[in-house]
Design a protein around this ligand. Sequence first.
Ligand SMILES: Nc1ncnc2c1ncn2[C@@H]1O[C@H](COP(=O)(O)OP(=O)(O)O)[C@@H](O)[C@H]1O
Ligand SMILES: [Mg+2]
Length: 352
Amino acid sequence: MKLAIVSLGGNSSIRILKEASKLFRDVTNIHVKKVEIGLKTKSVELNIEGNKVKDYDCVYIRGSHKYSNMQAAIAESFLGKAYLPTMPLSFNLAHDKFLTALYLRRNNIPIPTTYLVESRNMAKKVLENVKYPIVIKIPSGTHGKGVMFADSLESAKSIIDALQVFNQPYIIQEFIEGSDEGISDVRAIVCGDKVIACMKRKASKGELRSNIHMGGIGEAYELNSDQEQIAVRAARCVGSEICGVDMLLGREAYVLEVNLSPGLEGISNATKKNVAKLIAEYLYKRTKEYREKESGVKDTDRKIDEVVTTLNVKAGIIKLPSSVSKIAGLIDGDEVNIKIKKGIVKIVKKEE
Ligand SMILES: Nc1ncnc2c1ncn2[C@@H]1O[C@H](COP(=O)(O)OP(=O)(O)O)[C@@H](O)[C@H]1O
Ligand SMILES: [Mg+2]
């Protein structure tokens, strides 16, 4: 099987590529800046230096938000032809913090209260009615740049005045207070229906942004199963099987954003896990499944796990062991068909 990683050639992408080369027959890095795109009514054509881009079994697209339209077009050109961990429009969605919040909310995922303001006058109205401190951010910022904090109406107003120069919309957001020693910020790497690595990030002294790029220190952290489900659902609603979900653990777990190209160095050091290897293994497993499905290997040919247990029924509600939902990859909110016959209950997830 052949894998292409489309990226800017950063360290994390190259690490994944190296790990993947132990599994895939052929691996290539395609530099996103070298791709030429042509949209036609019936096709999306990709060329590199005048040559048509080859066929692949898996195309994993990473890289900066600056290229989100390009990334969407590359994904589109492989849709239905290769396994894509991230859907085309996810690139535009995830790279905009406000659009992400819009989708997360639609899917009942907790978010901090978030306002989008287009002008100084709009901002002033919002600022007079919020509780301080607040966070002000640029929808497309990364690495903590473009995130500002204000502890009073006065300081918020001066930030808003400065932002007027850029003449672009910005976000005003509720500040989420950490519940545990003031450390609330969590980065979880999601692969499919699991969190494969997770760290808490503590901001450096005198800093409220806990990004590793801002000097934040990561420490391995284990999410509880409700928090893990929130991360998995956030990834799913953005349309990406492999991503970094940023959460703030306050009164509940709030999702801040979804990163489609998470850096791996900080989280690998913090968790002592080879995250690149785990991602490469996931890519391989899903690509194999994708090709099997295409070549008609029936679901019934796959191994079925069996759990022998005594049924737990409370107030008429059947409670299944957590291993059952884990093996089945089912999470809260999944749409399923339940087939029932005396003595038999069969739960089948609806095809996406
Ligand atoms: N609403 C908030 N409440 C508290 N801290 C926040 C909030 N929003 C952002 N932060 C802090 O700022 C950091 C960067 O914010 P984020 O929205 O993830 O932007 P970026 O894309 O730049 O990482 C977060 O990791 C967190 O430490
Ligand atoms: Mg972030």
